[in-house]
Write a protein that binds this ligand. Structure first.
Ligand code: ARG
Length: 463
């Protein structure tokens, strides 16, 4: 066994790291995806050290050139990653020193991997939140366009998954739009707490060099430097918050998925999912499976799981940095990838959804969906609502017996239950009458759906 110890920190060691321990403690296999942020952070740090008089202008230029060459090597797949060099930070620093010599060794002045890694993750996450925000908007735009075209389409609305009252399909789609608006706001809010600069906290206590933390914060587009060095290098609450925000979004996507799966079934038969978003069965030739919504529904599991991983990872950690925190990356990265994948699938699929208007309408005609309208009609005529409820309940029981919807009964049949029922009752018993009557902000009337689409368009345009 060679006696050579680690070139970055081996000074006080008398033997090299055990080969398994080196692999076990390395993060390079998963943290290399932060290479751009790591380089970005190093360039800002070098510029700041130059202004502080710690590096010369020439040294800074050498470092910048070296890092830019390294970035090109990584991007062209020529860079050789080393497990012995543990992580992205030491891989890049060692490559820099190999490239430009002794000046490369000066880059780490006044810095630690502890503030470096915290900076990298925040930069990485900030970029990905911005990508996620764009995808949410794309999905929401698809919903608005679809809702506009479906403002007059009538379907049964459900409570307890039992037919309740008729609604418009456009109104239902706009309920999804609202859920996503709140998810969007939650990501915007999470981003504020992500976008704070840990750089300059160094290992834990700050540094003795005359650093300018405001300068690196500004150069990296952070809102401000983190207030406390111990907190800056140790807490990963921003990553936990991102996973919580993502879990709520994932939960919303499961609700949409569940409805699409139901609606695409032969039993509901409300929508057609285009073939390109479905797959077949290897044994049952008739099958067309709604794989995309099912998979999105299933992927919520790993997103919730990552939230629990990070909460548990952070729990009880004493200040300041602990190696535990290296375990923050895989759950965080997988959450990002999963959420982006789900959003992309949905944003591509939603504009291609086709409603089956006739089937939706027929379903709304079954299940006495206008029963509440009849009760409201009687109440408008002076009958107390509770009595009207009773009268309509009896008419429904009769309808079940005769296999007839309320609108299919004759006036004489209806009048058996109340003499207050007149010929004009049929206006409120139609599906169109029922939805048009719910004509207020947030109601299902086609007019209101079109107005809500307009407000939605305005909201998206303001982002
Ligand atoms: N790879 C480490 C991480 O991801 C970087 C920070 C290591 N710092 C240390 N003092 N060992 O957390």
């Amino acid at each position: 066994m060679s006696k050579e110890t680690n070139q970055q920190w081996g000074g006080r060691f008398s033997e090299p790291t055990d080969a398994f321990v080196a692999r076990f403690t390395a993060s390079i296999n998963f943290d290399q995806r932060m290479y751009r942020q790591d380089i970005q952070g190093s360039v800002a740090h070098a510029k700041m050290l130059t202004k502080a008089g710690v590096l010369t202008v020439g040294e800074c230029a050498e470092i910048e050139q070296g890092l830019s060459d390294i970035q090109a090597e990584i991007e062209s797949g020529r860079f050789e990653w080393s497990i012995a060099l543990e992580d992205i930070h030491m891989n890049i620093e060692a490559a820099l020193t190999k490239k430009i010599g002794a000046t490369g060794k000066k880059l780490h002045t006044g810095r630690s991997r502890n503030d470096q890694v915290a900076t990298d993750i925040r930069l990485y996450l900030r970029d990905e939140i911005d990508n996620i925000l764009l995808e949410i908007t794309r999905l929401q735009q698809g919903l608005l366009t679809l809702a506009q075209g479906e403002a007059d389409t009538i379907m049964p609305g459900f409570t307890h998954l039992q037919t309740a009252q008729p609604v418009t399909f456009g109104h239902h789609l706009l309920a999804w739009f609202e859920m996503l608006s709140r998810d969007y706001e939650r990501y915007v809010d999470t981003r504020k707490r992500v976008n704070v600069s840990p750089l300059g906290a160094a290992a834990l206590a700050g540094t003795t060099y005359p650093i300018d933390r405001q300068m690196t914060s500004d150069l990296l587009g952070f809102d401000r430097p983190a207030e406390n060095s111990l907190d800056a290098v140790s807490d990963r609450d921003f990553a936990i918050e991102f996973c919580a925000t993502s879990s709520i979004l994932a939960m919303h996507l499961t609700r949409m998925s569940e409805e699409l799966v139901l609606w695409a079934s032969a039993q509901f038969n409300f929508v057609n999912l285009p073939d390109r978003f479905c797959t077949g069965s290897s044994i049952m030739p008739q099958k067309k499976n709604p794989d995309v919504p099912e998979l999105v529904r299933g992927k919520s599991g790993r997103v919730y799981g990552h939230l629990m991983s990070l909460l548990t990872l952070m729990k009880s950690q004493p200040l300041a940095y602990n190696k535990d925190n290296q375990e923050d990356k895989e759950p965080l990265f997988d959450t990002i990838d999963t959420i982006k994948g789900c959003l992309r699938a949905y944003a591509d699929m939603v504009p291609a959804l086709e409603s089956k208007k006739q089937q939706m309408r027929e379903a709304a005609l079954r299940g006495f969906s206008t029963a509440t309208d009849l009760a409201d009609y009687l109440t408008r005529g002076g009958m107390p609502f509770r009595d009207a409820h009773e009268v309509v309940g009896k008419s429904v029981a009769y309808g079940i017996q005769q296999n007839k919807d309320l609108a299919e009964m004759s006036l004489a049949e209806l009048q058996v239950f109340s003499a207050d029922i007149k010929a004009d009752v049929f206006e409120v018993l139609t599906l169109e009458g029922s939805v048009a009557a719910r004509d207020h902000i947030g109601g299902t009337a086609p007019n209101q759906v079109r107005a809500a689409v307009k407000r939605g368009e305005k909201l998206l345009a303001s982002r």
